[in-house]
Design a protein around this ligand. Structure first.
Ligand code: ADP
Ligand code: ZN
Length: 653
């Protein structure tokens, strides 16, 4: 009798899987292996998720080739992909392909070996309390928020709990951090304590190395997985504990189908495995803190720094629009630190040299030809679009506009030039997307900072996270108001957490830290709340706004974004969706659903695609999901049109 394989492909079909015949020479084909299959006259790859002998009622083709000698996904992952397809309305294959290492990176890099403790530190009383409370819940499904101020020693609590899981059970651990740079730090710290138990999963490894890391978890040879977002799918054996550090970070949301949030996957895996989840942050996401407040998540607080009793002092300075790049107070403070051989971090959350190029003759700012945004002036004579990457040389722009250009505003490159000019003897380094084009550079610079070889480190938000450099005593934030004008319901949360995170880099050890925030609007509530360094006060402010404006956690959001290079097709398609929504609402008048739009997205054009959106606010996602599955997914649009459906979007831009 012929055997058949159900194969899941990494595409958005209506069918979940396609059926293929298994040729006689593939006797050892197993569920979880990848295969090459013919599809519409082409070779394609898919993952076998079932093997059976039920003849389908349509003609079938044979599998061409078996890609793997062993299964690369396990049963739990297949179950999880099924759950994802119901939750995010994606296909099984789209879910499964998020789980296995992919990409084409073929060069691996060496990391700085961090100066980490070999042993566990003794926990202080707050840490012990949190540890004991969480420990008592290990072995059953439980969700915890470890809300601890910057430098309070959250990592040490995690490590003690991991030790508990590893020594007193046969379970495994997944440890997630928001950035690759932090994976390396975390890996070094964990590997020191748990020798040969830690597998690192991230995209700067060669695919082959990533695969062997991945397989070591699948086989249970290693019991701790460390990585960024996608490591939430790590195929560990017998999952007991998941840690999501800096849980508020936006990198935990995936930006292509299925658009999952790491926290949601973590919750589901904890449900399946009776495991514990720890969410850690100094500035928890509003949703998570709300859940903790209403008692759905266990809340554990660390209110003191581990190594010092002092939090940095925060000073706000008013900055006039056209004044010098740095104010006198900040300049003075930098001079003072340099003379004491202490280190300075300066955050300016704008890459490039000058964000705007003014065309004097035309009396307007230069825009990207492909996007609704301005071109930014970058050093070495380039104008660059930060949305699509479009580049044009300044000389060619000058030819077009009769040399009459003016550069307005400041980015990190200008700041770096300015600092080099002002502090001739200082070692100044800059970290942003343009300088750290390779991760090697990032690690090199961070390494130099930790070794005390840098006096001033400047950069974008890249420098705000996780750095534990004991000689940094001054943090300056330039143009802190950047980001507050963004028309998005999460902009307050984002700015507050960035300011808190970067402020948290100052004075982490014996030396007292100081933070100087320069901004044009000193009165903005978020700036004032950041000054107070009182997250709970910020939460009270923000939750009221969310309630009044009816935003999460008071509702769930679903966002439809239609994009097309043809403007009218984009407009037409979003109207088609609107029609279906209107029909649905007529039939379901009992549902409290609020429809925003259709409207042009705030970034209307990106990479020559015209983007229109509709946002739904609802209390009952299940009914909406059924409607989307039955009425929206089957809609046939013009071939230039792409529809993104995003549940619980992180921004509406
Ligand atoms: P967080 O992640 O909460 O910002 P970290 O875990 O980075 O804080 O800890 C901050 C610093 O305090 C680190 O240098 C860490 O080694 C140190 N530390 C943590 N716990 C203790 C402790 N119990 N005793 C001494 N030092 C500690
Ligand atoms: Zn562009």
């Amino acid at each position: 009798m012929i055997r058949y394989a159900e194969v899941a492909l990494n595409v958005s079909f209506e069918e979940e899987t396609l059926t293929y015949e298994i040729p006689d020479n593939m006797k050892n084909l197993q569920i979880g292996m990848r295969v090459e299959i013919p599809l519409r006259g082409r070779k394609n790859e898919g993952i076998v998720i079932d093997i059976h002998r039920i003849m389908p009622n349509h003609p079938t083709k044979e599998i061409i080739r078996q890609v793997d000698k062993r299964a690369v996904v396990n049963k739990e992952q297949i179950e999880l992909a099924k759950w994802m397809s119901e939750t995010y309305l994606s296909t099984l294959g789209e879910g499964l392909y998020k789980m296995i290492p992919s990409g084409r990176k073929n060069k691996s890099i060496d990391f700085i070996s961090s100066i980490a403790n070999e042993k566990l530190l003794d926990l202080n009383s707050e840490q012990s309390k949190a540890f004991q409370e969480i420990q008592s819940k290990l072995g059953s499904e439980s969700i915890h928020l470890l809300y601890g101020i910057t430098g309070s020693g959250k990592t040490e609590v995690y490590i003690h709990l991991i030790k508990e899981v590893l020594t007193n059970s046969d379970k495994s651990v997944i440890f997630l951090v928001p950035e690759i740079s932090l994976t390396v730090q975390t890996f070094a710290r964990l590997e020191n304590v748990f020798k040969n138990q830690v597998a690192i999963l991230h995209s700067t490894l060669k695919v082959s190395e990533r695969f062997s890391s991945y397989i070591s978890l699948l086989d249970g040879k290693k019991r701790i997985a460390v990585g960024t977002r996608s490591a939430i799918f790590a195929p560990v054996k017998n999952l007991g504990l998941i840690i999501i550090d800096e849980e508020h970070d936006h990198s935990y949301k995936e930006h292509s189908t299925p658009r999952y949030h790491t926290r949601q996957i973590a919750l589901q895996r904890c449900r399946i495995n009776q495991a514990s989840l720890i969410l850690g942050s100094a500035t928890p996401s509003i949703e998570v803190f709300y859940q903790a407040k209403v008692g759905k998540i266990h809340l554990h607080k660390l209110t003191k720094r581990a190594k010092t009793s002092l939090l940095p002092k925060i000073i706000i300075h008013h900055k006039k629009d056209n004044s010098e790049l740095l104010g006198d107070e900040l300049l003075h403070a930098i001079k003072d630190r340099l003379s004491k051989k202490e280190q300075v971090i300066l955050l300016l959350n704008r890459r490039g040299h000058s964000p705007l190029i003014y065309l004097r003759e035309e009396k307007k700012f230069l825009e990207c030809p492909n996007c609704t945004t301005h071109l930014c002036f970058h050093s070495r004579g380039k104008a660059i679009c930060h949305l699509c990457g479009y580049k044009e040389s300044i000389s060619s722009i000058e030819k077009k506009y009769s040399n009459d250009l003016e550069y307005i505003g400041s980015g990190t490159q200008k700041l770096e030039e300015y600092l080099l000019e002002k502090f001739k003897n200082a070692v100044v380094e800059r970290l942003d997307q343009d300088s750290a084009t390779k991760k090697e550079i990032f690690f090199e610079v961070i390494g130099k900072l930790l070794e005390g070889k840098i006096n001033i480190l400047t950069g974008t938000q890249m420098i705000a996270k996780g750095l534990d450099a004991s000689m940094v005593t001054l943090v300056g934030v330039i143009n802190a108001n950047t980001g507050l004008g963004v028309p998005d319901f999460r902009s307050n949360e984002r700015v507050y957490s960035l300011l808190t995170q970067v402020a948290g880099r100052a004075g982490r050890a014996d030396l007292k830290g100081e933070v100087i925030i320069e901004t044009t609007n000193t009165d903005h509530p978020v700036i004032q709340l950041a000054k107070d360094q009182n997250y709970e006060k910020f939460f009270q402010f923000e939750i009221q706004f969310r309630k009044d404006a009816y935003y999460p956690p008071y509702c769930r959001l679903v966002r439809f974004v239609v994009r097309s290079k043809l403007e009218e097709k984009s407009k037409f398609s979003i109207e088609e969706i609107k029609k279906e929504i209107d029909l649905f609402l007529l039939k379901n008048t009992n549902q409290k659903i609020i429809v925003l739009g259709p409207a042009e997205c705030p970034f209307y054009k990106i990479d020559s695609n015209y983007r229109n959106h509709i946002v739904l606010k609802t209390l009952n996602l299940t009914i909406l999901k059924n409607f989307i599955r039955e009425k929206i997914k089957p809609l046939k649009f013009h071939k230039s049109v792409y529809l993104e459906i995003d549940f619980d979007p992180m921004d509406l831009l």
